[in-house]
Design a protein around this ligand. Structure first.
Ligand code: SF4
Ligand code: MG
Length: 301
């Protein structure tokens, strides 16, 4: 039930525009029952990677395999439709406003060819009252809608759950609740969870491992405590410094310097070098090797 992403490249092509390598050689593994948090600023290719895993974006180079079989747009329909389920960012757009939520959850049940589970049971599993099955999406808050979207994803009995910024549209109070719910549901059912967020502090709460993505590449990956306590890549360090600390700590968050460069024209060498306080000559000409930390400061001699 392992998801394996190897040297993945995903390019976006549109007529009259430069090719955008949204994912530019990324490798990542998610094992059953494991929660991997994928973090980075917006525009770093996280969503493109997630959509490729679900077969929604074609793979340009490299591979994605789930349970040993390649994930392709065709394969998604035929085989992995019930294997990989995605929860999207916008809880207002992902549910059909005209249909009762119970019917929308039942669509997932039919996919799993399992007539035995009642949509109301799934609502209960995500912490909502059974009666909600008869209502329409507009009657609910963002947090409640995201729970409904999770119930619908669970209906298909996924062996891998992908959340693409599933909490970023929610109130602060709902964010940790929904993130923890996704983790508990995935882990309890033995499914893996790839949880994408730009919010490192929430990812830290739920992830076993953290992968940091910058401009199409994974620049650091490691156990959550290790990455949190001892970030090694300058980009990870900058992301952590940007997190507001609890009041009274006397530490002010530091905004990241500069912006994410245009992925259609990434910088030569290390893609982070224009924003990196430690950039050396080699960084401007040679891209660091992929690895647990893709940075010339940490290259084994
Ligand atoms: Fe900074 Fe160089 Fe490391 Fe890139 S390789 S993060 S520019 S030190
Ligand atoms: Mg995104």
């Amino acid at each position: 039930m392992t998801l394996e992403i190897k040297d993945l490249v995903v390019e976006h092509r549109s007529p009259g525009r430069p090719v955008v390598r949204a994912v530019a050689g990324a490798s990542l593994t998610v094992r059953p029952g494991e929660v991997v948090g994928l973090v980075g600023e917006s525009g770093c290719g996280k969503s493109t990677l997630a959509r490729a895993v679900c077969g929604l974006n074609p793979v340009t180079e490299g591979s994605i395999t789930f349970e040993g079989a390649p994930v392709t747009p065709l394969g998604l329909r035929r085989r992995t439709l019930t294997g990989v389920q995605m929860v999207f960012q916008d809880p207002y757009a992902s549910l059909n406003p005209r249909r009762r939520v119970g019917d929308q959850i039942a669509d997932g049940l039919r996919t799993a060819r399992d007539g035995e589970t009642d949509p109301a049971d799934l609502l209960e599993r995500v912490g909502l009252p059974r009666e909600f099955a008869g209502r329409h999406p507009h009657e609910f808050s963002g947090g409640q809608r995201q729970r409904i979207a999770i119930a619908r994803a669970l209906a298909a009995r996924p062996r891998m759950l992908i959340g693409d910024e599933p909490i970023s549209a929610l109130d602060a109070s709902a964010q940790a609740q929904v993130a923890t719910l996704m983790r508990d549901l995935a882990v309890d059912s033995g499914a893996g969870l790839l949880f994408i967020s730009h919010d490192l502090s929430v990812v830290r709460l739920i992830a076993d491992r953290i992968a940091v993505m910058y401009l199409g590449r994974i620049v650091e990956i490691g156990d959550t405590a290790e990455v949190w306590d001892n970030p090694r890549h300058p980009y990870t360090q900058a992301l952590l410094r940007a997190i507001p600390q609890p009041d009274g700590m006397g530490v002010l968050p530091e905004e990241l310097p500069g912006d994410v460069p245009d992925p259609a024209a990434p910088p030569e060498g290390c893609r982070f070098h224009p924003r990196c306080p430690f950039a050396m000559d080699v960084c401007r000409v040679k891209e660091p090797e992929p690895g647990p930390v893709a940075c010339w400061l940490h290259e084994p001699a």
